[in-house]
Design a protein around this ligand. Structure first.
Ligand code: UT7
Length: 344
């Protein structure tokens, strides 16, 4: 599905049409750091292999007393502070590592950050979850159901990867990020100008955590067909990102910041290369946090903004790929904002 159903197609000149506008950005990372050497002491792997094949040097992991919902609350609260707001009209939470199957975590997050009563629900699109949640929130704003929406992504993959499986255990970190969206116009910096979303359920087994009916006995760990996912990620993120660039009538070398889902530095480089994005525009922050699934794009945005790599007005492309299979992209101009970070 192309998100032109949510936002009217972008034209070459900014105008006063409706757009969701990014107004604040917050993050939360667990304090506990797990370096590659920690895995090399326990599994048949090495710092060299992990760095060379993925770009990851270290990642954060929650301690047993910290929940996904705790991370989500801290990131959501930080995003509100970044936006200079105390209230929002709705909350959408992207996660595939909920603390429980039912109910969704979003109403609890809304309640705990002092926003009880607002519409709040979870979105489950694995590593594409943040982009799906952005599009969903844009739909709420466009439909007139809210004037502001808190979009939060929080994950605790350390709880679902098999600690004995070197092919997945080394890849993931825990964390959360959130943005505040408000009603605005395409003319404003921070405006989300185009979306593209897609899925392929025929390949649902490529990234999988079995349910009780699928696997009645034993531990139900996360599995991933790494090579297959790698190839599909490059193919779909390239096509999806190109779609939003075209919707905005931008050229690839106009892109000031290219922020792909942070699963593997080699995938990010391959997609950027195929698109023709200038290398200085490519944001790759995976070394310090690993793959944080749905949380990876807002975490990378905060690092890029703090590092001076996102200038107000920069033409910014987000693209993601994950289990489902799902993929999605968004194009925006970068707003004036200061990210607020927290740790737990
Ligand atoms: O976030 C959701 C989307 N996820 C992704 O986009 C991830 C996509 N996939 C990848 O990033 C990469 O496929 C991986 C990082 C998972 C693996 O890298 P690769 O270059 O595709 O390696 P491979 O799976 O082809 O495996 C190469 C070898 C294998 O050994 P053999 O069969 O050649 O003897 C693996 O058993 O590397 C081995 N291997 C490891 N060796 C040392 C796999 N994991 C490890 C490890 N340490 N941690």
């Amino acid at each position: 599905m192309h998100a032109t159903e949510f936002t009217t197609p972008a034209r070459e000149e900014p105008d006063d049409r409706f757009a969701a506008v990014v107004a604040g950005l917050g993050t939360c990372l667990p304090r506990t750091e797990i370096r590659n050497a920690w895995f090399a002491e326990r599994l048949d792997t090495s710092d060299d292999w992990i760095r060379a094949r993925t770009g990851i040097a270290t990642r954060r992991r929650v301690t047993p007393d910290v929940s996904m919902t705790d991370l989500a609350c801290a990131a959501a609260d930080a995003a509100l502070r970044s936006a200079g707001r105390t209230t929002v009209d709705a909350l959408v939470l992207a996660t595939t590592t909920p603390d429980r199957p039912c109910p969704a975590a979003a109403p609890e997050v809304a309640d705990r950050i002092g926003q009880g009563g607002i519409p709040a629900f979870d979105v489950s699109a694995v590593c594409s979850g943040f982009v799906y949640a952005l599009a969903t929130a844009t739909g709420l704003l466009s439909a007139g159901l809210a004037d502001s929406v808190l979009v939060t992504a929080a994950e605790t993959y350390s709880r679902i990867v098999d600690p004995a499986d070197r092919s997945t255990a080394v890849l993931f970190g825990d964390g959360a990020g959130a943005v505040v969206l408000r009603r605005g116009t395409a003319r404003e910096t921070g405006a989300l100008l185009a979306f593209d979303l897609g899925s392929d359920g025929a390949a649902r087994d490529a990234i999988h955590v079995p349910g009780e009916r699928e696997q009645p006995e034993g531990e139900r760990w996360f599995t991933m067909a790494g090579r297959k996912v790698y190839l599909r990620a490059v193919e779909h993120m390239t096509a999806s990102a190109l779609s939003v660039v075209k919707d905005c009538a931008w050229a690839p070398d106009d892109i000031g910041a290219f922020v792909a889902h942070q699963a593997n530095a080699r995938i990010i480089d391959a997609v950027a290369d195929r698109l023709g994005v200038p290398s200085e525009a490519v944001v790759c922050e995976i070394a310090r946090v690993g793959n944080t699934a749905a949380a990876s794009i807002p975490l990378a945005l905060a690092d890029a903004a703090d590092g001076g790599r996102l200038e107000p007005g920069s033409r910014t492309v987000l693209t993601a790929f994950g289990g489902g299979l799902t993929w999605g992209s968004a194009a925006l101009t970068w707003p004036h904002l200061t990210p607020v970070r927290s740790e737990i």
